[in-house]
Each structure stands twice: as structure tokens, then as C-alpha cells.
Design a binder for this molecule. Sequence first.
Ligand SMILES: NC(=O)C1=CN([C@@H]2O[C@H](COP(=O)(O)OP(=O)(O)OC[C@H]3O[C@@H](n4cnc5c(N)ncnc54)[C@H](O)[C@@H]3O)[C@@H](O)[C@H]2O)[C@@H](O)CC1
Ligand SMILES: [K+]
Length: 220
Amino acid sequence: MIIVDRETMKNIDAYAINELKIPSICLVERASLAVLNNINLDIRNSFGIVASVGNNGADGMALARNLLSIGKKVEIYIVGDIKKASTDFLINFESCKKMTDKIFEIRTIDDIEFFKNNLEKINTIIDAIFGTGLNRTVSGIYSYVIEIINLSNIFTISIDIPSGYDCDGEMDFGTYVDSDFIVSMQLMKKGLYYDTYFRDKIVVEDIGIAQKAIDKFINI
Ligand SMILES: NC(=O)C1=CN([C@@H]2O[C@H](COP(=O)(O)OP(=O)(O)OC[C@H]3O[C@@H](n4cnc5c(N)ncnc54)[C@H](O)[C@@H]3O)[C@@H](O)[C@H]2O)[C@@H](O)CC1
Ligand SMILES: [K+]
């Protein structure tokens, strides 16, 4: 099994997109389907997608669109400034806005209360806040949201990495999602493999990042 650190994963992602011209939105779509294919849709019918506005959030928006398309109950909670959203995030966010009005921004303490109360109506949380882009201590509204997710005891699936957890397993960024299940993209992340608590709750899924991009940065 190939195990990568954060920097290597970011280099592989960038090479696949910028040099091999693999459209990033294709990777986002594959990532969303990788999560979808790991959900038991017979028992999971109501979803809270909790997303920030980078590409981990982009994966979350693509998954939200796919869940809405098959008629699942989906509520979308955005934590972060939509004005700073990534291009890939906005592509599926635009579609989600056409498919549901249950899209809520979490910015204030009142929003936090609303989020906490609304969670009682769903049975699955999708954690799409941070992935390999996490690079500093989790604070403010982000830490409140993560604490509420953890206190909710609702089955939580993290996209790529539990939000707040250091991909390399070295830094303590304050708080992180206590995921029940993690679908990690393309390659096993070092921090998750060497942390036995998470290692048994993770699947790694191919999302179409070419072997040529992986070989460039992985010297076997
Ligand atoms: N284009 C790509 O590189 C792809 C990325 N993918 C997904 O995108 C993720 C990486 O996306 P990004 O690099 O956009 O970053 P993230 O979406 O992980 O994080 C979003 C942004 O949050 C900010 N941030 C970092 N730490 C923070 C903190 N403590 N408090 C507040 N804000 C903070 C950073 O500016 C970061 O860009 C991967 O984990 C994966 O899920 C996949 O869709 C594959 C394609
Ligand atoms: K995540």
C-alpha cells in the first residue's frame, strides 16, 4: 500500500490537474461517487452535508447533488465565506441551489444553535469541511461546528480526512471530527494509517488520479 504525506498528495493532485490536464471537476465527481458508493442507501435517507468552501467542500457539494438526484433528504450547512469559494465548489453549489432551499450558512452563534437543533432530524452527517488543505489551528465557528458534530452522536462520514485532523498525524490543530467512517481519496494518508484509531474506519478509493502522476512523486 502506498502511504503519502500531505505535501506529496498535494503535489500529485497538482501534477494530475496542471500537467496531465485531468479536469479537477472530474476528480471531484469521482470523489463524490466514491463516498456515495460507500453509503448504505437502504438505511441512510437523511443527510446533513457540512462543508467549507475549498475542494473538500467541493467534494461535499458534488455528493449533495448526487444524493438530491436520487431523492434523499439533504440539508447543506456551509461554514466559511462563499465569496471565497473555490471554482470547483461553486460548480455543484449552483446546482444544489436549484435543487433545494435547505442550504444554510453557519456564521453566528444563533446559526450554531439552529444547526444543532436541525441535526436531530437527520441520520447521517457528511464531513466536508477540511481535507489536505488544513494548515492551521481550528478555531472559532469551525471548532464549534466540529464539537457539535461530535456531540451529536450521528453517524458521520468524513470525506478524505476527518476535518481538523492533521493529514501527517504530527500536528495538533485543536479539534477534529470523530469520524465513524472515512473515504480517503486515491492514496492512504500517513496520519490516518499510523493512527490505529482511524485506520480501521477508512477506505481508500481510486478517483482517477493517473498512475503517471503518482509515480512522479512516489519512489518505490
Ligand atoms: N483539485 C484537487 O486538488 C482535488 C482535491 N480534492 C479534495 O480537496 C481537498 C483539498 O482541498 P483544498 O486544498 O481546497 O483545501 P480544503 O478544502 O482541505 O480546505 C479549504 C481551505 O480551508 C482553509 N483552511 C485551512 N486550515 C484552516 C483552518 N484551521 N481554519 C479555517 N480555514 C482553514 C485553507 O485556505 C484551505 O484552502 C482534498 O482533501 C480532497 O477532499 C479532491 O476532490 C481531488 C481533487
Ligand atoms: K473532511
